[in-house]
Design a protein around this ligand. Structure first.
Ligand code: MN
Ligand code: MN
Length: 459
């Protein structure tokens, strides 16, 4: 039952395409540190591959035919792509799903304050993080400021070599006797994740002169006022680029690989399939890390509404046809898996763990404490997925997220399963998941991409 390590089997041609894919992937990570930035890149790539904007087609009253490619964007934070198949959509759609939001630190609505000649931004972290991992790191600011007049200002600070970075300080070890006695959950508390952004008082200013200096910079450099923070979405993320990891360069270290590793590989597979029997679809969603809620999360009607719009342009829309299309669909719901870590071997059950280099991971079920909240894929569907992988030479492995009763996690799978379609959790194994810098195996990235392509063409 032990799965093979893919590295042992690759030939030169495969190694070359693996390297090429991981170069593209690192670039995607560097230019996609927020859901909005990921959508921007996806739209660019999709248009370069002949995908057209669904809204424009609707406006022009154009129809869709087999082979046509179309995409739809949801509030700049989510995207769906379709390649229309030869078969009627009521026979089902082959869907790849993944999420493009990642754990991070968000600014509060009223964030800016001064304390003892330091200017800070107050924050509320997003998603599950070990807060102590986020101090004393170079951090960058990514996001938008939406002004009352409707203009939206893009902000990226900390990525260019000449940019300043920001960050969170920690207490020096010499005075940490008390702090070191605390549990890891309390060493750094959420309310103390304050981003230090300045220390130079504005000359001639009496009160809060450091803050006044920052306000002046924001006005001069970005043309917004302090009050505009009220309608801003600024995400504090690790500054810097994704890198090859390991002396053998077999891994990638980068921020936000949960779940941009599955998003990028799904996207690449989607862009590359040309002629499909069943309509192919890729959906990249926001808000998975906080429960898939809201207009841009998987729970949103965006998914269903967009399928309805596409069916309408294909000329087969009715409420019943939409339900049939969704019911007959098949999905690889992709999210990262916990990679077996020998240093923390005790948290894993080895027979059912995901290992670096052994390929794309399928989780029949996820969930915690008795499979709670899990999408448990049907055995028959798992059998079909195995067949597709084997017939297309894809290395895969199966896993659970750690030992029974140690914890667990959820994904978007159970939400699409509500349409009564077959869904299985799949994805790429990650070391140090949810840490500022996560690690993946290039072989697994390559196998995920191969798996997604094989699925779209053969499911
Ligand atoms: Mn996650
Ligand atoms: Mn995830």
């Amino acid at each position: 039952m032990e799965r093979k390590n893919a590295w042992k089997e690759y030939n030169e041609i495969q190694l070359n395409s693996l390297r090429e894919l991981s170069e593209g992937y690192k670039g995607f990570l560097d230019n996609g540190k927020t859901e909005r930035e990921c959508v921007k890149q996806a739209v660019c790539m999709a248009e370069a591959h002949g995908f057209r904007n669904l809204e424009e087609l609707i406006e022009k009253g154009e129809k869709l035919n087999a082979g046509d490619k179309v995409y739809a964007v949801n509030m700049k934070k989510g995207i769906m792509m379709f390649t229309i198949g030869e078969e009627c959509m009521t026979k089902g759609i082959n869907i790849l799903g993944a999420h493009i939001d990642s754990p991070r630190i968000d600014l509060k609505q009223n964030p800016l304050y001064e304390d003892n000649d330091f200017a800070y931004l107050d924050t509320h972290y997003y998603g599950g993080i070990k807060k102590y991992q986020w101090v004393t790191l170079p951090l960058a600011m990514h996001g938008v400021v939406a002004k009352k007049d409707g203009t939206v200002i893009d902000v990226v600070v900390g990525e260019d070599e000449s940019d300043p970075v920001v960050g969170i300080s920690d207490l020096l070890i010499h005075l940490s006797g008390e702090q070191m006695q605390k549990t890891a959950a309390k060493v750094i508390e959420g309310e103390d994740l304050n981003i230090l952004i300045g220390s130079q008082p504005l000359q001639g200013e009496e009160k809060e002169a450091v803050k006044a200096g920052i306000v002046k910079i924001l006005k001069e450099k970005y043309d917004f006022e302090e009050e505009d923070f009220l309608s801003a979405e600024i995400e504090i993320v690790p500054a810097g680029k994704a890198r090859d990891f390991g002396l053998d360069r077999s891994m990638v270290m980068g921020y936000g690989q949960d779940d941009r590793v599955c998003s990028y590989t799904s996207l690449m597979a989607m862009l590359e399939v040309e002629k499909v029997k069943k309509t192919a679809c890729c959906i990249l969603v926001d808000k998975e890390e906080i429960g898939s809620v809201g207009a841009t999360g998987m729970e949103s009607k965006f998914f269903e509404n967009t399928v309805a719009e596409v069916m309408n342009l294909v000329g087969c829309y009715s409420d019943l046809n939409l339900r049939r299309a969704l019911k007959n669909s098949k999905m690889l719901s992709s999210d990262v898996s916990a990679a077996f870590d020998p240093i923390y071997a005790g948290a894993f059950e080895k027979k059912n763990s995901a290992f670096f280099g052994r390929g794309v991971v399928f989780n029949k079920y996820t969930g915690a404490r008795g499979k709670s909240s899990s999408n448990d894929a049907n055995a028959e569907y798992v059998g079909e997925v195995r067949r597709i992988m084997d017939e297309n030479g894809v290395f895969f492995q199966t896993a659970e997220l750690g030992k029974v009763d140690f914890g667990g996690g959820g994904t978007i799978a159970y939400i699409s399963a509500l349409y009564d379609m077959n869904v299985i959790d799949s994805g790429v194994a990650v070391l140090s998941m949810h840490a500022p810098w996560e690690i993946t195996s290039k072989a697994d990235i390559y196998e995920a991409y191969k798996a997604y392509k094989a699925f779209l063409l053969n499911a």
